[in-house]
Design a protein around this ligand. Structure first.
Ligand code: TYD
Length: 207
C-alpha cells in the first residue's frame, strides 16, 4: 500500500501524541514561530467541526454510544472531508498546514481495539505528511496535565493511554520503515519552548 505523497506547493506537518501531550499548545506555538520567520502557515485539527466530527464529539462525551467500528469509520470520514475541504485547498495555495492529529491517531487509538491493517486501509487515500512530530509523554504526566482541564472524555484512563502510546510507537516505526515517512519523536517532558524550537528547526529544513 502506498500513501499518496504531497505534491502541492505547501507542506503538511502533523503533530501527534496521547491526550495531554500538549498538541494544541505546540500547534499554536509552531504556527506563531514559523509566521514570525515569514512563512505562510495555517493550523487545523482532527476531529474537525464538520458533520462527522460533530458525531464523534457526541460519542467522546458519552451522549451517544457507537460501536468501535463505526467510531473508527467516522474518524476516517472526518479526515477525508477535512483533507478535501480544508487541507488541500491551503496546500494548493502554498500554505504550510500544521495539523493537530491525523491518521496516526486513528491507527493508535482505534488500533487498541480493532485490526490496525483495516484502519490503515481506511486511510489509504490520505496524503502522507511531509513531517510528523510525535510528542511522547508519560501517560502519568499527561494525566496530571489533563486533571487541570476537568474533562472526562473517552480515552482518559491511564492504562488505556499507556496502550495507545505503545500503538503510536509501533505505527511510527511501521511508517518509517515501510512508507519512508519523516517521523520525529520528541520527549514531551522538555520545556514547552524547547519542544517548539525543535519542531521549528526541523520544519525549517523543509520550507
Ligand atoms: P482531541 O485532540 O483531544 O480534541 P479536543 O481537544 O478538541 O477534544 O481529540 C479528541 C479525541 O479523539 C482524543 O482522545 C484522540 C481521539 N482520536 C481518535 O481516537 N482517533 C482519531 O483518528 C483522532 C483524530 C482522534
Amino acid at each position: 500500500m502506498a500513501f499518496p505523497r504531497n505534491t502541492y506547493d505547501g507542506k503538511l506537518i502533523v503533530i501527534e501524541g496521547i491526550d495531554g501531550a500538549g498538541l494544541s499548545t505546540q500547534t499554536a506555538a509552531v504556527k506563531e514561530a514559523l509566521e514570525h520567520e515569514g512563512y505562510k502557515v495555517c493550523k487545523t485539527k482532527e476531529p474537525t467541526d464538520g458533520p462527522a466530527g460533530a458525531v464523534i464529539r457526541l460519542a467522546l462525551t458519552h451522549r451517544i454510544s457507537l460501536t468501535a467500528h463505526s467510531f473508527a469509520l467516522l474518524f476516517a470520514a472526518d479526515r477525508m472531508d477535512h483533507l478535501h475541504n480544508e487541507v488541500v485547498p491551503e496546500l494548493e495555495k502554498g500554505t504550510t498546514v500544521i495539523c493537530d492529529r491525523y491518521f496516526f491517531s486513528n491507527m493508535a487509538y482505534q488500533g487498541t481495539e480493532l485490526d490496525r491493517a483495516w484502519i490503515k486501509e481506511l486511510n489509504r487515500d490520505c496524503l502522507l505528511p511531509d513531517a510528523t512530530f510525535f510528542l511522547d509523554v508519560d501517560p502519568f504526566v499527561s494525566e496530571d496535565r489533563r486533571s487541570v482541564r476537568h474533562r472526562t472524555e473517552y480515552f482518559e484512563k491511564r492504562e488505556t493511554l499507556a496502550r495507545i502510546r505503545k500503538e503510536f510507537i509501533d505505527v511510527f516505526e511501521e511508517f518509517e520503515t515501510r512508507h519512508d515517512a519523516r517521523i520525529r519523536t520528541i520527549r514531551g517532558d522538555k520545556a514547552i519552548m524547547d519542544v517548539t524550537r525543535e519542531i521549528v528547526n526541523d520544519v525549517s529544513q523543509l520550507l
